[in-house]
Design a protein around this ligand. Structure first.
Ligand code: GLY
Length: 285
């Protein structure tokens, strides 16, 4: 399935669930001195999440252009060296502003991936927040995955704050999250003695979707304040989903990026695949 079709199917799916389709905002956030660049789909809705702005809709979906080159979500050192990190990418997201919460968000994600996209459900592991720093673990999300979506307990992993608590930046809306990781192949190298599965840095597993349950606003002293209307913010890498659906282990091998890499290689007088270090440079460009 090509990326254009995937993007359309995502927006169509959420439109059919009463979400307003909203255009991608600029990668330079409007009126937000806390952020250089838009690093996630929720950035254009930040004030809606914290209750300072209201919209005519309480459900939205976007395909947001993102740049992760600075600040909290900074993948710069990994770009070109891994098969899945980018400076610029598109994030597919659905959002609830005080409307639905965990049960619906998990149900939508599961239905979209396994029914609309037709991916094999046995290749997914879900992660949930284990609890840390006085913030309780997310037993509710665990139970939804296990009891309502039918994932066996061993395919719902509990991880700490580094993996399963999401914040836009040092301040602002944040909350526990639940990620969906897809098993690509055990043939891919892993540096651990025993692969850590969804928690591993290797490419055997790829995180495709992050479902954030927005519950707090963090102030500049680091204190968490419960949001009046908790909501949902999700982010799925279009390039990652395209790789999975196109049977590619690397996002760079998808129809989104391969034509650009070949063009850059032509201009540089190189051939992609001939030399490892040159390939890193071509992916970086
Ligand atoms: N806002 C969700 C994410 O970036 O993963």
């Amino acid at each position: 399935m090509n990326a254009r079709t995937i993007r359309k199917k995502f927006l169509d799916y959420f439109e059919s669930k009463e979400h307003q389709v909203v255009r991608s905002s600029s990668i330079v956030p409007a009126d937000d001195p806390t952020l250089y660049f838009t690093n996630a789909g929720m950035v254009q809705f930040k004030n809606v999440f914290v209750g300072e702005e209201s919209r005519s809709y309480s459900r939205a979906c976007t395909s947001q252009k993102c740049l992760r080159v600075s600040g909290k979500h900074n993948d710069l050192e990994n770009v070109g060296r891994t098969s899945r990190h980018h400076t610029f990418f598109e994030m597919l997201g659905n959002f609830s502003f005080g409307d639905y919460f965990k049960k619906e968000a998990i149900g939508f994600a599961w239905e979209f991936l396994t029914k609309t996209m037709g991916l094999d459900e046995t290749r997914f592991v879900a992660t949930v927040f284990a609890g840390e720093d006085g913030i309780p673990g997310d037993d509710e999300a665990f139970d939804i995955w296990h009891k309502e979506m039918g994932l066996p307990k061993e395919r719902v992993q509990r991880l700490g704050k580094a993996d399963n608590f999401w914040a836009m930046g040092d301040t602002g809306p944040c909350g526990p999250c639940s990620e969906l990781h897809y098993h690509q192949s055990d043939e891919v190298p892993c540096n651990e003695d025993k692969c850590l599965g969804a928690a591993c840095e290797c490419d055997r597993w790829v995180e495709v979707w992050n479902l954030v349950f927005m519950q707090f606003n963090r102030d500049d002293k680091g204190a968490f304040h419960p949001l009046k209307a908790p909501g949902v913010d999700t982010g799925m890498g279009l390039e990652r989903l395209a790789a999975v659906l196109q049977g590619q282990l690397s996002t760079y091998d998808t129809d989104l990026l391969m034509p650009i890499i070949h063009r850059v290689a032509d201009l540089a007088g190189k051939r992609y695949g001939d030399n490892g270090e040159d390939d890193v440079s071509l992916r970086v460009v």
